[in-house]
Write a protein that binds this ligand. Structure first.
Ligand SMILES: Cc1cc2nc3c(=O)[nH]c(=O)nc-3n(C[C@H](O)[C@H](O)[C@H](O)COP(=O)(O)O)c2cc1C
Ligand SMILES: [Fe+2]
Ligand SMILES: [Fe+2]
Length: 408
């Protein structure tokens, strides 16, 4: 990949993680890759905004990209580190060894992390204050504290003269980027759709827990005239940055009220007794015109379940009892939904048991603080009878009435 001009003397350097077996953050599958972008301002002072991860020889690759502008590591005067997560700072240790003069602009909270993650002493850092501006040549960089989008020390950088927001993780998405299509106006409608789906999955996997902070951050950015968004993952938005800002606003607000009128169904079954009513769930929802997304655990990946659950106003879980509790892979799924603060959902649960049950109680205990409205549940011993099917059908009809009303 070559370094690409963004505008004037601002450039994007980037790598794609394309190893299909690689799990982002050690957990999230990226079958279509992910880009890690940083930015370079060449001028009176040479500035890097965010670095790269220290895997797959990415630092060497970025060094080669910089050489395309006849710049080497030693030519950099300033590093702006919006975020200390190693996907953007992994190169820092080696970089700062080779370049002894560059100063690091970051938040006050990032300074101890510089030392802990990269062995960079506090003396090399300048702690920004919210709204602070530095001017060099024709560029004016303004820094904004945007804690918890994604880590507590996160900030964003805004180039005031051109209205460019370097947003780091915010407004990012999974998906590798083609060298010749790095801007929103260079990609097809189909590719836009792909990045939108991957931006939602990225949001649900990585940012969702911090949705309250996302809303605060968006409020802070409202005063800025944003003409371009340069994120650290994904495409650059120069034609219509409002598209991704609106998407983020929508995603963050799913934590406060209804999401889309859709239902995510997650089911497990050891011997098929729970599975026997799945067709009924699908049939009732379809008849009521409610889009649904069905996942089985184990099998379907939690990252995809999270994205679907985040976007759905309704959740339906089907699982049997296992050793007096929920079937363990489902318990893990529910735990993950709790960690990611998937909340404000209309919920229904069903499942078979053999002896005296236990899954329902376990489910209720686990989801006590979830903010979920548990509309109903149905359990039966062994195989479901016609009566069970009838009870389920009625309960699901009521569930649909409530869901439709909630998500109007
Ligand atoms: C390993 C194992 C543990 C189980 N533990 C319980 C239990 O603690 N309480 C209970 O009522 N049934 C228990 N059962 C019975 C199942 O809940 C019952 O067979 C149920 O019908 C399984 O539903 P499925 O066919 O959808 O897998 C257990 C079954 C297995 C195989
Ligand atoms: Fe991050
Ligand atoms: Fe990141």
């Amino acid at each position: 990949m070559k370094i690409k001009k963004v505008i004037d003397d601002i450039y994007r350097f980037s790598v794609n993680i394309e190893d299909k077996s690689y799990l982002f953050e050690g957990i999230w599958p990226i079958p279509d890759g992910i880009s890690i972008n940083g930015y370079l301002i060449k001028g009176e002072k040479n500035i890097l905004i965010d670095l790269t991860q220290n895997i797959f020889d990415f630092p060497t690759e970025i060094t080669q990209q910089m050489e395309g502008l006849t710049l080497g590591i030693k030519d950099i005067d300033i590093i702006v580190l919006n975020h200390m997560e190693p996907d953007h700072s992994g190169w820092l240790r080696e970089f700062c060894k080779e370049n002894q003069k560059a100063v690091v602009y970051c938040t006050k909270k990032a300074i101890p992390l510089l030392q802990a993650f990269a062995g960079v002493p506090a003396e090399r850092a300048i702690a920004i204050t919210d709204g602070m501006v530095i001017e060099t040549g024709d560029y004016e960089l303004q820094f904004f504290d945007t804690p918890n989008i994604h880590w507590p020390e996160t900030m964003m950088t805004y180039e005031r003269k051109r209205g460019i927001l370097f947003s780091c993780d915010a407004f990012g998405s999974y998906g590798s980027i083609d060298e010749d299509a790095i801007f929103d106006d260079q990609i097809s409608q189909e590719k836009h759709q792909f990045y939108e789906t991957e931006a939602l999955r990225y949001y649900a996997n990585i940012v969702a827990t911090f949705s309250t902070f996302v809303l605060k951050g968006l409020e802070k950015l409202k005063g800025l005239e944003i003409k371009m968004i340069c994120p650290a993952h994904g495409i650059i938005w120069r034609d219509n940055p409002a598209v991704i800002i609106d998407q983020y606003d929508r995603y963050a607000k799913y934590s406060k009220g209804p999401a889309e009128r859709e239902v995510t169904v997650v089911w497990s079954s050891m011997y098929g007794n729970t599975k026997q009513v799945l067709h009924l769930v699908i049939e009732v929802l379809r008849k009521r015109g409610i889009p649904l997304h069905v996942f089985q655990v184990p099998g379907d990946d939690i990252g995809y379940i999270l994205a679907s659950a985040w976007k759905s106003s309704g959740l339906i879980f089907g699982m049997p009892t296992y050793e007096y509790k929920m079937f363990p892979p489902m318990a893990h799924t529910i735990d993950e939904l709790m960690v990611k603060k998937v909340t404000n959902k209309k919920v229904f649960r069903f499942g078979s048991f053999g002896w005296s049950g236990g899954a329902q109680r376990d489910f209720e205990i686990k989801t006590e603080k979830s903010g979920w409205d548990i509309i109903g549940h149905h359990e039966w011993q062994g195989a479901p009878t016609d009566k069970d099917q009838e009870t389920m059908r009625k309960a699901l009809e009521t569930y649909c009435d409530i869901l439709i009303d909630f998500s109007k």
